[in-house]
Design a binder for this molecule. Structure first.
Ligand code: SAM
Length: 207
């Protein structure tokens, strides 16, 4: 019954309808579109890492922009069907060997942009879910210290609630600029928002 209600809500959702019409694999593509329209994230000649990429809405959105010489690398613990112009590697991002592989796929260079829409499966316990989530994205934050160029940007989904403040403080210790933006495409009843951080602080890479 609850599932039917969710399906009905989803099929009436304007972003869901638009994502089907435009051939996007997920309505999440519109969240990234709004972030990109606000911040002009993507340009030619840059490398982008899309973490938690499946089913592929964000990667599709980036690949559809007509920027030249983009190196788009995507990773998810689950499989993602092929997208032209995107190199996908499946695996658990928290695994160090997967992190090394992703850097290797970028010709052993640091990324200009790291995107993280990662969210693990819910357990049903809100406290546990927040704990697991922030443990996971803390890995992304640590990784950004070694895998992002100094002036690079990170765009990360985060959830208000337990762990949010501590994580935000960690981000402010690493990045000079930390901002938040909630795209209209986020469901209004969701605690999710997007953190956009830029410019790694001098020294934070050596801590
Ligand atoms: C909300 S979905 C991402 C949607 C995607 N941005 C899009 O536009 O289609 C979150 C993703 O995070 C992935 N994920 C969760 N834990 C992960 C992990 N440890 N490593 C890599 N991906 C993970 C999930 O498999 C899921 O596909």
């Amino acid at each position: 019954m609850a599932k039917d209600h969710w399906r009905q809500k989803q099929s009436l959702d304007k972003y869901f309808i638009e994502s089907k019409a435009k051939g996007f694999r997920s309505r999440s593509a519109f969240k990234l579109k709004e972030i990109d329209q606000k911040l002009k994230l993507f340009t030619s000649n840059i490398s982008i890492l899309d973490l938690g990429s499946t089913p592929g809405g964000w990667s599709q959105y980036i690949a559809k922009q007509n920027h030249k010489k983009l190196n788009i690398i995507a990773n998810d613990i689950n499989v993602m069907n092929k997208i032209n112009g995107v190199a996908f590697f499946q695996g658990d991002f928290t695994d160090k060997s997967i992190q090394e592989t992703l850097i290797n796929m970028n010709n052993n260079k640091k990324f200009n942009i790291i995107l993280s829409d990662i969210s693990p499966n819910k357990t049903g316990n809100k406290i546990t879910d927040q704990y697991i989530f922030y443990d996971l994205v803390s890995n992304v934050l640590e990784f950004s210290k070694i895998a992002l160029i100094n002036e690079g940007k990170i765009v990360m989904k985060v959830f208000h609630g337990l762990g949010f403040e501590g994580f935000t403080n960690d981000c402010r210790n690493i990045f000079e600029t930390v901002k938040f933006f909630k795209p209209k495409a986020c469901r209004s009843d969701s605690k999710e928002t997007y953190m956009i951080a830029q410019n790694i602080r001098y020294n934070s890479k050596n801590e």
